[in-house]
Design a protein around this ligand. Structure first.
Ligand code: NAI
Length: 334
């Protein structure tokens, strides 16, 4: 198999720790990847004053596939999120986040098997904020028929192709009648074309409660940007936390794979972060680039390590380091 060139952003905080651990596993499993590393986020900003240098964009445009560690975005000021910028720049309109129990990891629920499909390019993430007058600020929520229909179609296509049964569109259209109303109208329109799939709607606050009471009643969740962001972390909590959930940002030509979690400044530099989420992002990427056999081997090793409770990190009840966990996965490779 030919080597596949992939852009690599190691990220900030725990980013380099979990990315390096995941890459060690990929190398040991024989993934055919040639990494092209570029710097983005706080690390790039500190070095050059630019959190998203042109060479990052050029590299992704060239390679079409990127593995990205989490990056730090300053809170209430500072530079704008490079995650949002990358998703917009490459029209990565679909954020796909499967949420499943990891075998043998104790969590609040058994049998969770959800797929979050989040609109990734508009909503309140449009960055259209301004001060009207001192003490009064506005933030604009954007919804377009094009983007709402595109993400709804992605969700239904995904469900049909992956033997899923039900799609729940999550909204607040009782209050945001125009924006979330358009989101729902587009979803209903697309739903008509997929008669074999059950389509339902739930208001986001009710959906949040139901998710923490009985997640098994959900299957595929279709959400606009902000609700998708928030409920992704909530769903990660259902299966053992942010160390265990990954996602793909997908467009027509390009894809960026990453963990759902952020740069975790509270544990950065300690070598204790769980690299599983980043490894799961790698598995999604390996399948996307046609290296399914490598992904399957790593997946088996991962399950073995969890079920034999060999070298677990502390977020899932162990006492091992990021590197020790990666070494255990490598040792478990068949
Ligand atoms: P966070 O996801 O970084 O951390 C939340 C909590 O989960 C923390 O207690 C952290 O220690 C824990 N955690 C996260 N990943 C873990 C792992 N792999 N193993 C063990 N524990 C883990 O969220 P937070 O603290 O709200 O955000 C920190 C920074 O990350 C912010 O600058 C934020 O903007 C950025 N961020 C970046 C994302 C990305 O690049 N895709 C996504 C989310 C946040």
């Amino acid at each position: 198999m030919a080597m596949q060139k992939v852009t690599l952003i190691r990220g900030d905080g725990i980013g380099p720790e979990v990315v390096d651990a995941a890459i060690e596993v990929l190398d040991a499993a024989g993934a055919k990847i040639e990494w092209e590393e570029v710097l983005a986020g706080l690390a790039a900003h500190t070095l050059s004053g630019d959190p998203l240098p042109d060479e990052v964009l050029a590299s992704i445009a060239r390679n079409h596939t990127c593995l990205k560690g989490p990056v730090t975005t300053p809170i209430a000021g500072g530079f704008a999120s490079i995650n949002v910028a990358l998703r917009k720049q490459f029209e990565l309109y679909a954020n796909l986040r499967p949420v499943r129990n990891m075998p043998c990891v104790a969590s609040r629920f058994e049998g969770v098997d959800l797929v979050i499909i989040r609109e990734n390019t508009e909503g309140l993430y449009s960055g259209l904020e301004h001060e009207v007058t001192p003490g009064v600020v506005e933030s604009l929520k954007i919804a377009t028929e094009k983007a709402c229909t595109r993400i709804a179609r992605f969700a239904f296509e995904y469900a049909a192709a992956n033997q899923r049964k039900k799609i729940t569109a999550i909204h607040k259209a009782n209050i945001m009648k125009l924006t979330d109303g358009l989101f729902l109208r587009c979803a209903r329109e697309v739903a008509r074309e997929y008669g074999d799939l059950v389509y339902e709607e739930a208001i986001v606050d009710n959906a949040s409660m139901q998710l923490v009471m009985n997640p098994a009643r959900f299957d595929v969740l279709l959400l606009e940007n902000l609700y998708g962001d928030i409920l992704s972390d909530l769903c990660a909590g259902l299966v053992g936390g942010l160390g265990l959930v990954a996602g793909a940002n997908l467009g027509l030509r390009d894809a960026i794979f990453e963990a759902v979690h952020g740069s975790a400044p509270d544990i950065a530099g300690q070598g204790v972060a769980n690299p599983t989420a980043m490894l799961l992002a790698c598995l999604m990427m390996l399948r996307y680039i046609g290296q399914e056999d490598v992904a399957a081997r790593i997946q088996q090793a991962l399950v073995k390590v969890y079920c034999e409770k060999r070298a677990l990190t502390r977020d899932v009840g162990g006492a091992s380091s990021t590197r020790q966990f990666a070494a255990a996965v490598i040792a478990a490779l068949a």
